[in-house]
Design a binder for this molecule. Structure first.
Ligand SMILES: [Zn+2]
Length: 102
C-alpha cells in the first residue's frame, strides 16, 4: 500500500467573516485564514489536522477552538498574546496538505 500522507505546517493568521471555504465552497460565518491555503472552514481544517495526543488530549482540537485561535490572532498583537500565554507555536498546526486543497 502506498497511501503516504504528507504533513506540513500551516499557521493561523486570522479570520474572515461571512465568506466561503476555499476547500469545499461552503458558506461560513467565520473562515480561518491559513498560511498557504486561503480561508478554510474550521471543520475542514480540523479534518486535515494530523492527530497528536501530545498536543490535544483527544488527538485533535475542536472546530470551536480553531475559531477561537483565529479570533485571538486577528484581534491581539503578538505582545498581547504572549501576555496571555499564547506563543506563535500555538497558532501553527500540522496538517495533511492534500486534505486542504480543493
Ligand atoms: Zn470547507
Amino acid at each position: 500500500m502506498t497511501s503516504e500522507k504528507k504533513a506540513e505546517n500551516a499557521s493561523i493568521q486570522g479570520y474572515e467573516s461571512h465568506c466561503n471555504c476555499d476547500h469545499c465552497g461552503r458558506p461560513l460565518k467565520i473562515g480561518i485564514q491559513l498560511s498557504g491555503y486561503g480561508v478554510i472552514g474550521a471543520d475542514c481544517l480540523n479534518a486535515a489536522i494530523v492527530p497528536n495526543r501530545n498536543t490535544w488530549r483527544a488527538g485533535k482540537p475542536t472546530a470551536d477552538w480553531l475559531r477561537t485561535l483565529a479570533k485571538l490572532k486577528q484581534r491581539d498583537s503578538a505582545e498581547q498574546l504572549a501576555r496571555m500565554g499564547y506563543h506563535p507555536s500555538h497558532f501553527v498546526l500540522e496538517v495533511y496538505a492534500q486534505k486542504l486543497v480543493a
